[in-house]
Design a binder for this molecule. Structure first.
Ligand code: FMN
Length: 230
């Protein structure tokens, strides 16, 4: 990497969209494209970071393990390149499928290796101070499932409180997108997974139109907040 991280500054209309999914035909990939479209329409220059397509390795390495005695440690070239992409963005949108009420390993490893000591935290003036982030989590559970509100709270605690605000972000929100499966799933009273009939025809089109509209609304509201505060 040629440029020192301490010299990188984001200009006002720059965005990083991070996609954490292993399939190019996933609903998550589709939502990432919607986010890119909405941000571009609002005048942002968008950097799309597709972690799987870019072969990001989520496993922690010795090179990327923090050295608590050296907050200026130089990490691996891969991690430093990702840090530079975060620094260059004024706003970040992360798109992922909810796995076990959390992030998939691909995204968790990106956080662990890249949001590192001396970069994301551990300085009196955090390098990420003032940035804004939106987490779009797709959930297989239906919107009516009572598990959804607890899932939202858990994700806000992990991603907004535990990560973004800890790292100096000015704004963080989790936009939870339930109904990501076209066969509604629930558990019966004995704990069996009940998979409902696939939604078809006009109902299917309406289902995904509503899903897309919710995703776009999250991005539009996020952009509107950014522009009001800019
Ligand atoms: C390993 C794994 C764990 C999952 N855990 C949850 C979960 O805790 N809650 C939930 O609502 N859906 C869960 N799901 C369903 C996914 O969220 C859903 O399949 C995904 O959002 C669909 O979007 P995609 O096409 O982008 O994968 C899980 C799926 C997998 C494969």
């Amino acid at each position: 990497m040629s440029q020192s991280l301490s010299t990188i500054e984001s200009s006002s209309r720059t965005a990083l969209v991070v996609l954490a999914h292993h399939r190019t035909d996933s609903l998550s990939a589709h939502v990432a494209q919607l986010a890119v479209g909405r941000l571009a329409a609002a005048g942002y220059t968008v950097d799309l970071l597709d972690l799987h397509a870019e072969n990001f390795d989520p496993r922690m390495t010795v090179a990327d393990q923090p050295d608590w005695g050296d907050r200026d440690k130089r990490y691996s070239d891969e991690a430093e390149a990702h840090m530079a992409r975060i620094l260059a963005a004024r706003v970040v949108v992360v798109v992922f499928p909810v796995y076990w009420q959390s992030t998939p390993a691909l995204l968790k490893g990106w956080i662990d290796r890249v949001w590192n000591y001396g970069f994301a935290y551990g300085r009196s003036k955090p390098r990420l101070a003032g940035k804004r982030i939106l987490w779009l989590g797709l959930a297989g559970a239906t919107a009516a499932d009572e598990i959804i509100s607890g899932m939202h709270q858990v994700l806000e605690a992990q991603l907004s409180e535990g990560l973004a605000y800890y790292s100096g972000f000015a704004h963080s929100r989790v936009g939870l997108l339930p109904d990501a499966e076209d066969q509604p799933q629930s558990l019966d009273s004995e704990g069996n997974l009940v998979i409902g009939a696939a939604i078809e025809g006009d109902a299917r089109a309406a289902h995904y139109a509503a899903f897309d509209a919710t995703a776009e609304r999250f991005v539009d509201e996020f952009v509107a907040t950014e522009l009001v505060d800019a």
